[in-house]
Design a protein around this ligand. Structure first.
Ligand code: NAD
Ligand code: 89Y
Length: 339
């Protein structure tokens, strides 16, 4: 499969490294409005066909898919452009700025009969995936309580300066992943209540969020996120998980330590992610999941299946983000299904 990547910034470098390792798929053309980033990325990955304009690229190239690695304001026009060209699409998170945009993007690609996957990669991290598979396999019985937690003081602003500038920060940027992990464990959400705070005075948006979720299947979960947590050693970018089930408990603790206690037995496993040749700590956890999710996209197209993290699926994660902001602003519990 021949693909083109749009947006040659901070995170796209990981996507390009991962594409180079995926059999049967490759990136043949690059696009960025920023000439310097485009040239540097083209040189680093040896990709000769480069464009400053996405429409011109899609007209000129013969492609199967596009990988959109720009920030959110450009997502809707780029996804709709790709749909018009009848291409399969991967789009980075946050998928869209509004639910209306997101629904239109899903409709555009589905209307073209192509596959749309959101690059919602945290549930594809191998440690998280192992925990998801363990719970789905019934190892602790039926879950009734969960906590998915991401607390760090890591400086994300030096690599991604735009994160300090937006009115919204942690829920939209990072909480979106943690909410998605909660959905992967416990299913759809009926009600959500949230509080937010800004601790770091140098940024504009909230850097702490605490969310209480009532899942349709009966689980109550807490999703808590912070970029204001001064902790040594810092756990960035680990998502920590606690689940109580009818037959036992699962804990994914700091240091990628997975503990399962059930039916009188205990297992403690080191589920540290592999360090891929191009990866660097502590990002290796996220970097590995990039390769996994891109492989999933290729596999799904080959098999004619909808990706687990499809555009349609992501509407439900995006609704949790919107519900959290609305709840924090109004003090009310919000039904994501109403949004
Ligand atoms: P960035 O600003 O470093 O890079 C974005 C690039 O897109 C820039 O080079 C910009 O010039 C280019 N661009 C913007 N609009 C364009 C357009 N219309 N056509 C062509 N090029 C265009 O941003 P980043 O930090 O790489 O983040 C990109 C996206 O990746 C964001 O949505 C972010 O949330 C997401 N992200 C995801 C993860 C993850 O783990 N999934 C991690 C980090 C960032
Ligand atoms: O942008 C964010 C993401 O998606 O994962 C971590 C991050 O890079 C900073 O919060």
């Amino acid at each position: 499969m021949k693909g083109a990547l749009i947006g040659c910034g901070f995170f796209a470098q990981n996507q390009l490294h991962a594409w180079a390792e995926i059999p049967g798929a490759g990136i043949v053309a690059l696009c960025d409005t920023d000439e310097a980033k485009l040239a540097e990325t083209a040189r680093r990955f040896g990709i000769e066909r480069t464009y400053r304009d996405a429409a011109a690229m899609l007209e000129a190239e013969t492609l199967d898919f596009v990988d959109i690695a720009t920030t959110v304001p450009s997502h809707r026009p780029l996804v709709e452009l790709a749909a018009r060209m009848r291409l399969h699409v991967i789009c980075q998170k946050p998928f869209a700025e509004t639910m209306e945009d997101a629904r239109a993007m899903v409709a555009a690609v589905e209307g073209a009969g192509r596959v749309l996957m959101v690059h919602e990669n945290f549930r594809w991290q191998s440690a998280v995936r192992r925990a998801i598979d363990t719970v789905r396999g019934g190892a602790i019985g039926e879950p009734f309580f969960g906590r998915v937690s991401f607390r760090s003081g890591y400086d994300v602003f030096s690599g991604q300066p735009y994160l300090a500038e937006g009115e919204r920060f942690i829920i939209e940027d990072l909480g979106i992943h943690i909410l998605d992990i909660a959905r992967a464990f416990f299913g759809d959400v009926d009600r959500l209540a949230a509080t937010t705070r800004r601790v770091n005075p140098k940024i504009r948006g909230e850097d702490v969020a605490t969310m209480l979720l009532s899942h349709a299947g009966g689980v109550t979960s807490v999703v808590d996120c912070s970029y204001a947590t001064k902790r040594v050693p810092d756990t960035f970018p680990q998502s920590l998980v606690e689940i109580d089930g009818t037959d036992g408990t699962l804990r994914l603790d700091a240091g990628y330590r997975l503990t399962i206690q059930a039916r009188g037995e205990e297992s403690v496993v080191d589920v540290s992610p592999p360090l891929l040749s191009w990866a660097e700590r502590p990002w290796h956890n996220i970097q590995e999941s990039v390769r996994t999710i891109q492989q999933h996209f290729v596999d799904c197209i080959g098999a004619g299946r909808e990706p687990e993290t499809s555009g349609r699926d992501n509407l439900k994660t995006l609704a949790l983000v919107e519900a959290a902001y609305r709840s924090a602003a109004t003090g009310e519990t919000v039904r994501p299904g109403d949004l």
